[in-house]
Design a protein around this ligand. Structure first.
Ligand code: 3PG
Ligand code: MG
Length: 399
């Protein structure tokens, strides 16, 4: 099981060669203005792209944005991303108007050594996400024609069995880019022998999304701190009323079983911020977790909970955090997420932030990214890695 790396490819020499790079440029866009609200994933791929351009490769980047339905859809165009990528690279990015059509072919043909092209959204093509091997394969053939070698640097998409992630590496010499390599190294530490105490903080809205990772983590961790919308299903399982808070009724029994089996490892909120409505300006108070009024909705963990979580975190030698503690997009309900994030930065533990919302929260709250050991670019991908699942994109690099 060995994965070749970008350094192996660079050692062979890439000057004048076309290198196809799969990146994860799936960044959040402002719904009104269409502007990029968090460019973390674009910045994360710069080390790989920079190394290739410096070495004189003709770099062809492919990526997805959002979930278009297999046909071109202007609201999911990668054009705004190309602009930002060019700014960050300090060099223009040649943009194709399609993914594998005439525009893509001529854009790639015109590349000089050390230049970068970006193909249009992979998911404008049915073959990218098709469940049919032949349909995916046919699309992968077209993509593979753009490269003499393939670099996977799209960690956030390695859990998808998609043409650009799974089938292209079967058609070209393939290596892991710098980002994929770093992510796998870091997450591998957590699934291997993490230094103890190992404390995991989970938040986010749904227990059902996190069930598999909770099951996989419970035997490994010393403490599992649960906040966010999903804590209310656990509180309900403890017999508490949760008002109009988010509740997955069908998961209450499962949560009860998890609590019973957890050997006291699971820590739940003891107080919550409960509001009259799900709104930024709603009237709100801190209440006991076992005393949420029937007409109120819990939107954040309370200060006593933050202090308890911080105390557990201060003992930790390894920390993994995925999912916000409350509705951090609304300042009135951001204190829990901020408090926990700050507690994580203050430990001398090795700290890892899962991708998606928690990575976005770190940046949106203005926290110093460098005070975390690692901020993953993968949301679903990092969770599936910790679950111990085989990730199609990683398996394809191992072959
Ligand atoms: C992500 O944002 O999680 C990755 O880019 C994968 O996107 P997807 O969940 O739409 O496959
Ligand atoms: Mg996802």
């Amino acid at each position: 099981m060995s994965i070749r790396t970008l350094d192996d490819l660079l050692a062979e020499g890439v000057s004048g060669r076309r290198v196809l790079v799969r990146a994860d440029l799936n960044v959040p866009l402002d719904k009104q203005t269409g502007e990029i609200t968090d460019d973390g994933r674009i910045r994360a791929v710069l080390p790989t792209l920079g190394a290739l351009t410096e070495a004189g490769a003709k770099v062809v980047v492919c990526a997805h944005l959002g979930r278009p339905k297999g046909a071109p859809d202007p609201q999911y165009s990668l054009r705004p991303v190309a602009g930002r990528l060019g700014e960050l690279l300090g060099a223009p990015v040649h943009v194709a108007e399609d993914t594998v059509g005439d525009s893509a072919r001529s854009t790639v043909d015109q590349l000089s050594d050390g230049q970068v092209a970006l193909l249009e959204n992979l998911r404008f093509n049915k073959g990218e996400t098709s469940k049919d091997d032949a349909e995916r394969g046919a699309f992968a053939d077209q993509l593979a024609a753009f490269g003499e070698a393939y670099v996977d640097d799209a960690f956030g998409a390695v859990h998808r069995k998609h043409a650009s992630v799974y089938d292209v590496p079967a058609r070209l010499p393939h290596v892991a880019g710098r980002l994929v390599l770093r992510e796998v190294e870091v997450l591998g530490k957590l699934t291997g022998e993490p230094e103890r105490p190992y404390v995991v903080v989970l938040g986010g809205s749904k227990v059902s999304d996190k069930l598999a990772v909770i099951e996989a983590l419970l035997p490994k961790v010393d403490r599992l701190l649960i906040g966010g919308g999903m804590c209310f299903t656990f509180l309900k399982a403890q017999g508490h009323e949760v008002g109009t808070s988010l509740l997955e009724e069908e998961m209450v029994e499962t949560c009860g079983n998890l609590l019973e089996r957890s050997g006291g490892k699971i820590m739940l909120p003891v107080d919550v911020v409960a509001a009259d409505a799900f709104a930024p300006d709603a009237a709100h108070d801190t209440v006991r977790a076992d005393g949420i009024p029937s007409h109120r909705v819990g939107l954040d963990i309370g200060p006593e909970t933050v202090a308890g979580f911080a105390a557990a975190l201060s003992q930790a030698k390894t920390v993994f955090w995925n999912g916000p503690m409350g509705v951090f997009e609304m300042p009135a309900f951001a204190n829990g997420t901020r408090g926990v994030a700050e507690a994580i930065t203050k430990t001398d533990a090795f700290t890892v932030v899962g991708g998606g919302d928690s990575a976005a929260a770190v940046r949106a709250l203005g926290l110093d990214e460098s005070s975390f050991g690692h901020i993953s670019t993968g949301g679903g991908a990092s969770l599936e890695y910790l679950e111990g699942k085989t990730l199609p994109g990683i398996a394809a690099l191992e072959n």
